[in-house]
Write a protein that binds this ligand. Structure first.
Ligand SMILES: *Cc1c(COP(=O)(O)O)cnc(C)c1O
Length: 389
């Protein structure tokens, strides 16, 4: 079985976990938490990092700190994993779902920009916060959001859960910046299928010392210092355990290798599959994506995606369709939307291919071969169907 994305645990994981047990630091206090935070911040060029129990928890706290709450409006990417929207909803905010742009599948930030300007002109409510997701490892186009922040004070939270190690390469002031470092706050996930894992966990990063201190405070039940059980607001138990941080610290040591491996996998897929009738994973000239899950668009028909997933499963290869847009998910069916047709098209035709960092070239070759065969069958079936019809 060739899985979609499995963790790669080939470093100091066991040693650091043993250290937790030997020292008794297994819970939410311990040296690995601080170390993971410090090394994470340094690696991606942020001033502060605050560890959290999950990526979703990180987003919840970051969005609240950015001003999301009851009566507020948060603009969220329509094409994303549902956690992005759930975290905003936990704050009590209303959502504005923003369609993808076809070039990177990320939030169409130009379209949002123009719509906010229009709303401001006619006196309609504008978003208080933009939660922009860097989907599947590809950085989003940030300039229109920076313009909105400048003009309207709209704060930016980056959901970089899938894009650790990604950066902007050229075309504007962001060249060389890592994803997560451009907004007011950036969030990451260390779930088992992400670029690095702590078993489960997340991180908030920011350059603002006050926001970082507030984030730390909120993740620890808003407990006042002094040990007197006094709390100044309603916080959360969102701390990361020392055990999880130990795993995370070991994984951090291999981050560069992981990102390099993902890029190599993407390069091979792009080379081997380029003659097939499909659209390869996006890669904008101004971006250095990490290609967390290598994903591409098949032909015009949903049936292709369904059939390809099934045929690949028969060959013991896990391929998965990409997420339905949020506006097609039951909890968000009535949310306000800006467009949605592009996200629907990506959902109709998109599939993700096995992308574990330790995927061997031989296994990857098997994936490419099986996909090629599966597409042949798909197109024959589609053609026969047309002839019959
Ligand atoms: C994985 C993911 C999250 C949530 O992270 P968890 O650690 O699983 O809570 C949030 N947003 C996106 C885009 C994700 O892919």
């Amino acid at each position: 079985m060739i899985p979609l994305a499995e963790p790669t645990l080939d470093g100091n994981e066991a040693r650091y976990l043993q250290e937790c047990i030997d020292t008794g630091y297994v819970s939410s206090v311990g040296p690995f938490v601080e170390r993971f935070e410090r090394e994470f911040a340094a690696a991606i060029g942020a001033e502060h990092a605050v560890a959290c129990a999950s990526g979703t928890a990180a987003l919840h706290v970051a969005l609240r700190l950015a001003g999301a709450g009851p009566g507020r409006l948060v603009a969220v990417s329509d094409f994303t994993f549902i956690a992005s929207a759930n975290a905003a909803t936990y704050t009590g905010a209303d959502l504005l779902l923003v369609d993808s742009e076809p070039d990177t599948w990320n939030m169409d930030t130009e379209q949002l920009h123009d719509d906010v300007v229009r709303r401001a002109k006619v006196g309609e409510r504008i978003p208080d916060v933009v939660e922009v997701v860097h989907v599947l490892g590809h950085p989003a186009a940030m300039e229109p959001l920076l313009a909105l922040r400048e003009r309207f004070g709209i704060r930016i939270v980056e959901d970089a859960a899938e894009s650790l190690g990604g950066s902007w390469s050229s075309g504007g002031g962001l060249a060389g910046r890592d994803v997560g470092t451009v907004g007011d706050l950036g969030c990451f996930s260390f779930n088992g299928n992400k670029i690095i894992t702590s078993g489960g966990g997340g991180m908030i990063i920011t350059d603002d010392a006050e926001l970082a201190a507030k984030a730390k405070h909120l993740t620890n039940q808003a407990k006042r210092p002094g040990g007197d059980y006094m709390h100044d607001t309603i916080g959360y138990n969102y701390r990361l355990t020392n055990i999880a941080a130990a795993l995370g610290a070991a994984q951090m040591e291999r981050l560069a290798d992981r990102v390099q491996a993902k890029r190599m996998i993407a390069h091979r897929y792009a080379t081997w599959l380029r003659r097939l009738p499909l659209t390869l994973a996006p890669r904008a000239a101004w971006a250095n994506p990490t290609h967390w899950l290598y994903s591409l668009l098949l032909g015009d028909d949903t049936a292709d995606a369904v059939r390809v997933v099934a045929t690949m499963a028969e060959a013991n290869i896990q391929v998965r369709r990409v997420w339905p847009p949020l506006h097609q998910q039951e909890p968000y069916a009535t949310a306000e939307c800006l467009g949605g047709a592009v996200a629907e098209d990506i959902y109709r035709r998109g599939v993700s291919l096995p992308s574990s960092a330790h995927l061997t070239e031989r296994d990857q070759r098997a994936v490419a071969t099986a996909l090629t065969a599966s597409l042949d069958t798909t197109f024959v079936a589609a053609r026969d169907g047309t002839e019959r019809g």
